[in-house]
Design a binder for this molecule. Structure first.
Ligand SMILES: Nc1ncnc2c1ncn2[C@@H]1O[C@H](COP(=O)(O)OP(=O)(O)O)[C@@H](O)[C@H]1O
Ligand SMILES: [Mg+2]
Length: 234
């Protein structure tokens, strides 16, 4: 579904990603873990089209994305939940969800998807008329995921959904991710939280200063002491 092949990318003279190759197959949850500054957000930005690649290719369902502008990538089914969640604080919860379904393909099923969001996340129904900024951090992440689902995406890319949340809320967010993945949508999950993200993932990659240094089945990576020792504290 998503195929990143030998990509180099960066900002001006600063190269951030070096020869990165990564794939997400249909229905898979893939975790990309790495410490702060490794280049994780940059990798998501090359998928969304916010950062251009210097060399290498990014393909989505067989389409070379190099000539596809960012807004069209959303229409193709790529929903990007940015670091910090990207919800609009000064409009209501419901308005945020409706903004999520602006793309043409999802507009017709807006009412159905709104109901599905509320069925999945009853707390969002309760709070639908509140400003999104008044939600707790965990609820905001829930809203960001619900809003992405309003797009009827094929692939959700999530940038550090657990960042800044209390441990008990982190558990909740990972439960939501596991549940959403059961609906068949593919996910690329970027995290510093190695154990929990590999626990919900099928496969994982470890990114270190812009290079993939390890990859494999999530359970095998979790069983690899070298990885858990090196990344436990990040
Ligand atoms: N817009 C930008 N302009 C210049 N440098 C940037 C920009 N965004 C990120 N960087 C740099 O790129 C590197 C990787 O950043 P980032 O992809 O945000 O890492 P991560 O998400 O893994 O913490 C860092 O050195 C960071 O300072
Ligand atoms: Mg980041």
């Amino acid at each position: 579904m998503l195929k990143i092949d030998h990509v180099n990318a960066g900002y001006g003279d600063l190269q951030v990603l070096f020869d990165v190759s990564l794939e997400v197959n249909e229905g898979e949850v893939v975790a990309l873990v790495g410490s702060n500054g490794a280049g994780k957000s940059t990798l998501l930005d090359i998928i969304s089209g916010f950062v251009p690649v210097l060399s290498g290719t990014v393909e989505f369902n067989g389409v070379d994305l190099s000539k596809v502008p960012d807004y069209k990538r959303t229409r193709m089914g790529i929903a990007h939940i940015p670091q910090g969640r990207g919800i609009l604080n000064t409009i209501t919860v419901e308005e945020n969800l409706l903004v999520g379904s602006y793309v043409k393909s999802a507009r017709a099923s807006r009412a159905k998807n709104l109901k599905a969001s509320y069925d999945r996340f009853p707390i969002l129904y309760e709070r639908r008329k509140q400003m999104a900024g008044s939600l707790s951090g965990g609820q905001q992440q829930m809203l960001a995921i619900a809003r992405a689902l309003m797009l009827e995406p094929k692939l959700i890319i999530l940038d550090e959904p657990s960042l800044g949340l209390a441990p008990i809320i982190v558990e909740e967010v990972f439960d939501i991710i596991a549940n959403v993945s059961k609906t068949g949508v593919s996910m690329l999950l970027i995290e510093q939280n190695l154990i929990q993200s590999l626990n919900v993932a099928d496969r994982g990659y470890v990114l270190e200063t812009g290079r993939i240094v390890m990859q494999g089945n999530a359970k095998e990576l979790l069983a690899n002491e070298e990885i858990t020792k090196a990344y436990l504290g990040i």
